[in-house]
Design a protein around this ligand. Structure first.
Ligand SMILES: [Zn+2]
Length: 191
């Protein structure tokens, strides 16, 4: 059976984008020793940094490169001198859970019954002869897909490997991630 993986429609490839400070201790017999700092922009997918750009000590430039990294695709970033990228085949995708942002390996595969547009205003029956069976894969935590929606929903899937959603061990209502408020630190000393 020919299989073809389909990413989740909300998988925008980059799960995390950040700017961080990198330190370096410069030593020199002539000019002396000192700490130097630069900014590095990192784009991550499923817990793996797949693109980075080192950009001196100017945060505004780092912000521009961060935006560039989020707007351009991997093929375009590869052509730019500022960026260093992992080879495509080393970036997590096949074999990993299709839930956007999840870094876990998959434990189950679901064949798709129909393919729906992003806006859910059309569907097409799959031409298995030419494209093969389209599928998505999920970890145990994300095996339950719910009964709402059209594309990513239990009724659009048939389990072809591992357990189906009835045997997903985790209860999604208990694991929903909360963004929550910022936690304010208590002042250690009052003036
Ligand atoms: Zn997962």
């Amino acid at each position: 059976m020919k299989l073809q993986r389909r990413r989740h429609p909300d998988d925008k490839y980059t799960d995390e984008a950040r700017i961080r400070v990198v330190e370096r201790y410069k030593t020199s017999d002539l000019s002396g020793d000192e700490w130097r700092f630069s900014y590095v922009v990192e784009l991550s997918r499923k817990g793996v940094v797949y693109a980075k750009a080192v950009c001196g000590n100017t945060p505004e430039y780092a912000a521009v490169l961060l935006s560039q990294g989020l707007i351009l695709g991997l093929a375009e970033l590869e052509t730019l001198d500022a960026w260093e990228t992992l080879p495509f085949e080393k970036i997590p995708d096949e074999g990993y859970c299709c839930q956007p942002g999840c870094p876990e390996k998959s434990t189950r595969k679901y064949a798709m019954q129909k393919e729906w547009s992003d806006g859910c205003w059309f569907s097409k029956d799959l031409d298995v002869e030419s494209s093969g069976v389209l599928y998505r894969e999920f970890c145990d935590k994300h095996g339950q897909r719910g009964d709402c929606g059209l594309d990513d929903t239990n009724s659009n899937y048939t389990c072809i490997e591992g357990n189906d959603w009835n045997n997903a061990p985790a209860d999604p209502s208990k694991i929903s991630e909360s963004i929550g408020p910022l936690v304010q630190r208590k002042r250690s000393h009052q003036v």
